[in-house]
Structure formats: C-alpha cells, structure tokens
Design a protein around this ligand. Structure first.
Ligand SMILES: [Mn+2]
Length: 347
C-alpha cells in the first residue's frame, strides 16, 4: 500500500514580494498543475491514498474555478482516497462550498476521527490553535497514521504525542521536509511544501511517500517541485576579469536546471580591474534560467599603497578619495563610480 503525504500547497496564494514580478497568474496556474502532476504520479506509481495535511488553499475565499479544478480531479481519480485536514490558512472554505462530496474525498472536523483501512488506521483533526491530545485513543494493534496541522514548537507538543501508538505522524505547516523520531514506535514527518513560492523557500521541495509492506511502515522524501529555488553564493575575490567572474558563476550553476529560480549572491572583495556589470550579469542569467535576482554583497579590494606613487588621473583620484572624510563604504562606492567614469572617458 502506498500513501502520499503532502501539505501546504497554498493554492491561490499571493506570491511573496520577490516572485511577484514573475507572471503571477501563470505561476498560480503552475501551483494548480502541481496538484494534477501529483495525482498523475499517484496513478503511475499505484498510490492508493493522498493525505493532504492542511493548507491546500492559501485563502478563506477560494475562486469557484479553482474549487472546480480540484473537485474534478478528485472525481476523476476514483482509485485514490483523498484524506484532507484544514490548515491555519483556509478553515473549511473548500468543503462547505462543495455541492457534491465525492466518496473518495475524506475530511475531518474539530474532533479526532479515524478512517479504518485493512492495512492501517488514519486519524485526523482539522486545524486548532490548541489540541487536546488526551482525547486521542489509537488501537495499539493497528498501524496508526495521525495527521494534524501546526507547529511542533508551539501548538503541537510532541511530548504529549509520545507513547500514543503513533507509527507515522503526518504533519503540515512547516514548508521544509523534516523527519525525526517521535518515540520508540513512531516518526514525525513534515513533507514541506510541494513547490517553493518565494525566495525564502529554497532547496528541494516535494512530498513524503509512505509504503506499508508486511505490516511495516516506511517512508522517504520524493523531490517533486517543477522549479527549485536556489540560493547560490559566489565569492569573486580571486577573479581578475569579468570573464573570470562569469566562468566562476557558470561553474557554480552547473547543476541548476533552466526551469529553476535563482537567488544569485556575489560576495567577497573584488579587484578594481573588474568593472562589475550587474545589470548585464542579471540579464545574461535571466535569459538562461526561469527567474534570476542578483544580490551584490561585494566590496572593493583596494590597496592604497599601490596608488601612493601613481601619477595617472586614476591614481590622483583614488588618493583623493582615500584621504577624504567619507566612510569606508562610501569611499568604495565613489571609487567604483569614478573608475567607471574614467574608463568611459578612455573609450
Ligand atoms: Mn499552515
């Protein structure tokens, strides 16, 4: 028996600020398509159930066409049970608006409720700010999956869930994959979000795939995001030319797919010989990848001694700036702009 454990799809979310410059409607459509891709995966891999551990939607007001899109997918996948609890972002705004409830769509309310399958019991409860785990009573002779939405540092006290016969605690809320031991019997798992929505959601995203064989439960992370958001740091201290800088960045991006989103940080102290062309650099990589944002965190590497006896206009200019009352940061900026201006003069 295979079960997908996913959470935090946040459909219809307003994308976080940096990604808002992307085509928002097409990105939202991509998030919807992910749900369809997930079902396609389930069909090809003979997955029997999909647990959605809250925050399927990002909002209390769901557009009719989104609701229909999800409902139609559930109806057209009768071999899969969809087991859904609400998260803190959505309340019951999906279920309460449905005209029909498909028989393969299972949902919960504000008390613990158990669905009995031949191979395991799946217990769930909708999102609460506080949970009363004293009410939780699981059959010790069954494999038990419990699904709840919340934060293990605030409203879900893991200590209160120990020795409760849980084999797999299917959580939702934290957007990062986490799997750890709960007690001698069970594990707790956050699958993370299915796809990063903003620059704070970097790294591989996907779901947890549960497998129950011979009365044993195992699980593994399956990367699934269509676009991974990468945080890449390039220290350009040892680059002596713009070409070297480009080659260095290229080598750092060797494993990045063209479908991905990049947060490209250039760091370190750069040589005065490199005239950084940040705009050109950002444009160049934006053409290669889905979306790129460049963060210039460098400072100028300058040795005043080298210019002590330099009689050129550049030497004179640098000496003047270095001897001025400007802050170190301002000196660097003035020198950078000055050098650029001087070079343009030469051309
Ligand atoms: Mn949440």
């Amino acid at each position: 028996m295979k079960i997908i454990h996913t959470a935090d799809l946040h459909l219809e979310s307003s994308l976080t600020s940096n990604l808002r410059v992307l085509n928002r409607s097409s990105r939202n459509q991509e998030l919807l398509d992910n749900f369809k891709r997930l079902i396609d995966y389930a069909k090809t891999h003979e997955v029997d159930r999909i647990i959605i551990a809250g925050d399927l939607f990002d909002t209390h007001i769901i557009m009719g066409k989104t609701r229909k899109f999800i409902l139609d997918l559930i109806i057209s996948s009768p071999s899969i049970d969809f087991i859904y609890i609400t998260g803190n972002h959505e309340e019951d705004s999906f279920i309460s608006k449905l005209d029909i409830i498909p028989s393969n769509f299972k949902f919960f309310d504000n008390d613990f409720f158990t669905i009995h399958y031949s191979d395991c019991d799946i217990t769930g409860i909708n999102y609460n700010e506080t949970y009363n785990f004293k009410k939780l009573n699981l059959d010790p002779n069954k494999i038990n999956i419990l699904t709840i939405h919340g934060d293990i540092n605030t409203n879900i006290k893991l200590n209160e869930l120990k020795n409760k016969n849980i084999d797999y605690l299917a959580l939702g809320h934290i957007h990062e994959y986490i799997k750890d031991k709960l007690d001698d019997r069970g594990v707790y798992v956050y699958p993370g979000c299915l796809e990063g929505r903003g620059f704070d959601e970097t790294g591989p995203k996907g779901f947890s795939l549960i497998n129950i064989v011979n009365n044993k439960i195992v699980s593994e992370f399956v990367p699934f995001a269509r676009r991974v958001i990468h945080d890449v740091y390039c220290d350009i201290t040892n680059c002596d030319s713009y070409q070297e800088l480009r080659a260095l960045i290229d080598s750092k991006l060797a494993d990045v797919s063209e479908n991905d989103v990049l947060k490209l940080h250039i760091t370190g102290k750069y040589s005065i010989n490199i005239i950084k062309q940040n705009e050109a650099l950002e444009n160049y990589y934006s053409n290669k990848y889905y979306f790129v944002k460049l963060y210039d965190e460098t400072s100028l590497k300058i040795n005043p001694k080298e210019y002590e006896n330099d009689i050129s206009l550049k030497g004179e200019f640098i000496r003047n700036v270095l001897n001025s009352d400007l802050s170190e940061q301002d000196k660097n900026k003035v020198i950078e702009f000055g050098i650029k201006a001087l070079l343009k003069e030469e051309v």
